[in-house]
Design a protein around this ligand. Structure first.
Ligand SMILES: [Ca+2]
Length: 272
């Protein structure tokens, strides 16, 4: 008897639940993100919860990002705003294994049926920028001259900044010159990967023969950095009423440099 009564009760409860669920509106949840990211990128996942054609606020959205092997990359919970929207932002670690990742989102709210959705993105391996060459010109000039520094810098994920640090031999930075590829600061052609800026020698306050380290540093959009070190010798000859400034630049350190445009070697000037 008990068994039959128990089964009947279970059946009634199940039917009641089904009736209640059937009467509850279905939550729909969208999920969007970019198709590809580089290691170290900031990822944004967003979407909208809706039901019966209108947005639903106060929905709990559970987000999980997993790789193909089931490794979980990221887990979070968000609440939708009154317009139904939610956003989740996180940074991919630089050592994230490249490959395809799936974003699973589940939407919960009392008196609604759960909504579910997925999307995918691919993580691409990121490399630091390549510093092709550095030039400084002119290499011979007078007091107060301007020196144009140019460097070829390329990166598949985009270059964030390029700078030249002029350092004393003990590596204290005396001057930092940011280089530009946007048609300003002496740059000839924007977007050709040649970064340029002009140094006014007066800024360095050099009064005697000086050896400087030139450290070219380039960062990509994910803040991965490359550097290439060079030697710059500034020779100030004092003649009656005339200050001649002679510049030479020479490769100092292999670094990421593959092609080096030596204006002239330092030794050339000793015979002057
Ligand atoms: Ca890169």
């Amino acid at each position: 008897m008990c068994g039959v009564r128990g089964w009947t009760l279970t059946l009634i409860i199940m039917l009641a639940c089904m009736c209640m669920l059937a009467g509850q509106p279905q939550l729909n949840i969208t999920v969007n993100t970019m198709q590809t990211y580089y290691q170290g990128d900031t990822i944004q996942i967003s979407g909208i919860a809706s039901a019966q054609g209108g947005p639903v606020g106060g929905v709990t959205v559970s987000i999980q990002v997993s790789g193909l092997s089931g490794n979980i990359l990221h887990v979070s919970m968000r609440q939708t705003a009154t317009d139904g929207s939610y956003t989740d932002i996180f940074r991919l670690p630089e050592d994230t294994p490249p490959g395809t990742y799936t974003v699973y989102v589940t939407a919960y709210k009392r008196n609604f049926q759960q909504g579910f959705n997925t999307t995918c993105f691919t993580v691409i391996e990121n490399h630091p920028p390549t510093i092709g060459w550095l030039t400084a010109s002119p290499i011979i000039g007078g007091k107060g001259m301007n020196i144009t520094f140019q460097a070829l810098v390329e990166d598949e994920s985009g270059v964030y900044e390029v700078k030249v640090e002029l350092q004393s031999p003990d590596e204290n930075t005396l001057w930092t010159l940011y280089l530009y590829d946007d048609g300003t600061h002496g740059d000839q052609s924007p977007g050709d990967h040649i970064y340029t800026n002009i140094l006014h020698t007066g800024q360095l306050n050099i009064t005697d023969r000086t050896i400087l380290l030139v450290d070219v540093r380039a960062m990509d959009m994910q803040r991965l950095e490359s550097e290439s070190k060079h030697l710059l010798e500034i020779v100030v000859y004092i003649q009656p009423d005339v200050w001649d400034v002679i510049w030479a630049i020479q490769k100092f350190y292999e670094g990421a440099c593959s092609i080096w445009d030596v204006n002239r070697v330092i030794g050339d000037y000793y015979s002057l």
